[in-house]
Design a protein around this ligand. Structure first.
Ligand SMILES: [Zn+2]
Length: 395
């Protein structure tokens, strides 16, 4: 297979040079989308740009507002616990629906913006019997302060602060239900919540409005799909594998970092089309290191489980390349494949980032082209193409 690692890495550098960091729905994200379209145009039968509207600041922007809710619940805890229950219920529901379930719970409270999903279609040489979408996202995250400062301990601090608020919520509800009996117990709970308040205030500064370069997360995946486009275009002219019955869609989504809103928009606009021609969605994500490739078989927030036969085919694609690629479940956070999967479109994810320890470049200013290995891009590209060939072989 042609080595496109240099070209793919250069694509990442060029986009960062010309667009810079790309918050969801920003002009920079749209400019990156146009560069992506230009990079795949000659290799595809058709390239489309689709606009949609969403509220990109809701997904992480609501987090600081949890702190005043917690504070108000504390103020009322001893004198009017019912009011505390109400404040903590709002806090818990916001966190659960917006952040754990990726629902548009508080979205209408945040400003509306428009994003653009960009994709190219490569039609098969024969009749299309299925469609496979390979996608990366064009946007980059806002920097996570706490993770930048405290590294892996930052994750623990965030989890601890949320656990604290849940215990406090239970105490508020328990105090009302039990009529404040035994008093010493609910007094103790209140004191714990009070002394834990400084920890909870970390949520005020959890993230910034300073976007990161996002070379690995996730221009690396966009670059991989550019490499796939070039490889398939070469194969169509002669030599190498070109699909006979599989339509290939290569996509750069918008607003993944804003809670998968670009994937959601695509699903809402194309559901009938994806049902009429069986469609499979593959999220490609953060190809930093060729030795850290992993297949994602599901996630916990939101809870999704990807089909076993699809996961197995990716593992088999790895074996065919002489690689033993581990299969993982993502405990926290999600990629676009989660949105497709829960809407009934079979999906899977492929990542190329360490998952045991928080890498220093994850959602920080250090996510620059230097921390993206060209060999990881090439390996991810070959793996994806091998997977495509295996699915094509299914008749
Ligand atoms: Zn990402």
């Amino acid at each position: 297979m042609t080595d496109y690692s240099g070209m793919m890495h250069k694509f990442i550098c060029d986009v960062i040079d010309r667009c810079g960091p790309r918050p969801s729905c920003s002009d920079a994200e749209k400019k990156a989308g146009r560069m992506y379209a230009d990079a795949i145009r000659n290799c595809c039968d058709e390239v489309r740009t689709e606009s949609f509207e969403c509220h990109p600041h809701a997904f992480v922007g609501f987090i600081p507002f949890l702190v005043p809710l917690y504070f108000l619940a504390l103020v009322f805890y001893w004198r009017a616990p019912l009011a505390s229950v109400v404040f903590m219920a709002v806090l818990a529901a916001s966190f659960f629906f917006e952040f754990i379930r990726y629902r548009r719970f508080l979205d209408p409270l945040f400003p509306k913006r428009s994003g653009e999903n960009v994709y190219g279609v490569i039609r098969p040489s024969g009749q299309a019997k299925r469609r496979i979408i390979f996608a990366g996202h064009l946007d980059s995250a806002y920097e996570f302060n706490i993770w930048l400062l405290f590294k892996s301990a930052g994750v623990a601090l965030c989890v601890l602060s949320i656990a604290l608020s849940m215990v406090f919520f239970a105490a508020c509800a328990g105090k009302v239900i039990a009529g404040n009996r035994p008093e010493w117990f609910f007094d103790l709970c209140g004191r714990i919540a009070l002394f834990g308040f400084p920890l909870f205030t970390l949520n005020l500064v959890f993230h910034t409005y300073k976007p990161v370069p996002g070379a690995g997360d996730n221009l690396s995946a966009c670059a991989v799909t550019v490499g796939m486009a070039k490889t398939l275009a070469g194969a169509r002219k002669g030599g190498g594998f070109f699909p006979r019955n599989t339509e290939v869609v290569l996509m750069g989504t918008s607003s993944e970092e804003a809670g998968l809103r670009g994937a959601l928009a695509y699903c809402e606009a194309h559901m009938a089309e994806m049902k009429s021609l069986p469609t499979l969605f593959v999220s490609l994500e953060s190809f930093h290191d060729e030795n850290e490739l992993k297949i994602v078989r599901g996630g916990m927030t939101p809870y999704v489980k990807h089909p076993k036969d699809v996961v197995d085919d990716f593992v088999k694609a790895g074996k065919d390349m002489g690689l033993n690629i581990p299969v993982v479940v993502i405990p926290f956070g999600a990629a676009d494949c989660a949105e497709f999967q829960r809407r009934g479109i079979p999906s899977v994810g492929v990542i190329g980032i360490p998952t045991k320890k928080l890498p220093p470049y994850y959602h920080t200013r250090y996510d620059t082209p230097e921390v993206v290995s060209p060999a990881a891009l090439q390996r991810a590209m070959e793996l994806s193409l091998r997977f495509l060939e295996l699915r094509e072989g299914k008749g």
